[in-house]
Design a binder for this molecule. Sequence first.
Ligand SMILES: [Zn+2]
Length: 150
Amino acid sequence: MGKKGTKLIRSKKTIIDGHEFDSQTEAQFYKKLLEDEKVDKIELQPKFILLNKFTVPCWKCRGTGKMVSSKTNKSINCSSCKGTKVRQRQPWTYSADFKVTYKDGYEEIIDVKGGFKDAKFPYVKKMFEYTTGKELVVWSYKQKKWIRSR
Ligand SMILES: [Zn+2]
C-alpha cells in the first residue's frame, strides 16, 4: 500500500458536524479550517460554471434546420435539431471543496488533493482562474504536512 513515510489517505466518506466529506483528506482539512482563528466562514462545495452552455451547428441538416421528408418529398423541420439549426452543449460546472472567508474579508476557493493524480484537474484549475479571476488554491497532504501549491 503506502510507501514508507507517506501516509496514505484513502477515499472514504467521513462525517464531521453533519457534513459528509468524500475523503479523509477533505475531512482533515475541514478540521484544520475550523481550528484556524483567522477563518470567519466556511462554505462547503461551492459550485462554479466554468463554461456556459453553448451550441454548435446541427450536422444532420448542415445548420439549415430543414430536411426533405423521404415520404412526402417536402421540406420539413430537421428531425435531429427540430428546426433549431443547432445542437446544445452542456455547461461545464465545477464544485470546489471549500470557500473560505477570513475575518479581514479575504476569500479563498480551495481544492484539497488526496494522493491520487487527477489528469483533468490542471485544465479545471486554469479555466476556473480564467473565468473567476481568482486563484484556485490547492492544498495537499504529503509526508504528514499540509502543503499549499504555489
Ligand atoms: Zn438539424
